[in-house]
Design a protein around this ligand. Structure first.
Ligand code: DC
Length: 221
């Protein structure tokens, strides 16, 4: 039954705005929403809290397999605690990018991600939604924006949360993460041959969501 539910896969680099866009699309269609990056961030956070190194593949895979994660609206719950703020820090983002490069961690999270495919449908965002997790997704998008624009968006996001950051360092961190995510041997960040490119450098999240909805509704499929 779950297997029949349609999937819209939205992949792309850090801070491209895919989270905001994916949520808008999911809301418009009444679909479920999967923020797969939060799972990698939770693995990095649980490692940090339990003294496991971000390089210890076997133990990280165990943490990933037994992750006590919950999603409540836009909040991320871990062991009954709201950790949305904790996992959005730059240090957890760096750890997530490291643990995400480990094949055992990725396969430990695979089944859990596929479980989100439930009627009436799913909008899933991450790096390998269209290539590995939902290869038969109805619509695949590669959503991106220039590195400078992404750093700027991230800067504004942090500022709104009262977190101080330096634009130059954010840009440098983004480039490092992009390079690591794109260079890894398993499920690297890249536009698949069957994914549509959506460059949002000069586009609002609302317009990007509308473009995706138009594609999905078949106007241009
Ligand atoms: O989307 P994000 O910034 O929250 O993702 C955090 C890290 O997790 C990022 O460095 C890449 C990794 N990731 C991944 O490898 N595969 C996914 N499907 C989602 C995220």
């Amino acid at each position: 039954m779950g297997a029949a539910a349609p999937v819209i896969a939205i992949d792309g680099p850090s801070a491209s705005g895919k989270g905001t866009v994916a949520r808008l699309v999911a809301r418009a269609l009444g679909f479920h929403y999967l923020n797969s990056g939060s799972l990698y961030r939770l693995v990095a956070l649980s490692a940090l809290r339990s003294g496991v190194s971000w390089e210890d593949e076997p133990r990280l895979a165990e943490l990933a397999a037994s992750l006590d994660a919950g999603f409540c609206d836009e909040r991320i719950i871990w062991h009954n605690k709201d950790v949305t703020g904790d996992i959005s820090s730059e240090s957890v983002a760096a750890g997530a990018s490291q643990v995400a490069a480990l094949p055992a961690v990725r396969s430990a999270l695979l089944k859990r991600q596929r479980g989100f495919r439930q009627p009436p449908g799913l909008v899933a965002e991450g790096r390998d939604m269209g290539s590995v997790v939902f290869p038969r997704a109805e619509l695949k998008i590669f959503l991106t924006a220039s590195a400078a624009e992404r750093a700027e968006r991230r800067y504004k996001q942090l500022k709104e949360k009262g977190i101080t950051a330096t634009l130059r360092i954010l840009l440098q961190d983004l480039r490092e993460r992009d390079a690591r995510d794109a260079a890894r041997s398993v499920a690297p960040l890249k536009q698949g041959p069957d994914a549509r490119l959506l460059d949002t450098t000069a586009m609002s999240a609302k317009d990007a969501a509308e473009r995706i909805l138009a594609w999905y509704r078949g106007a241009d499929r």
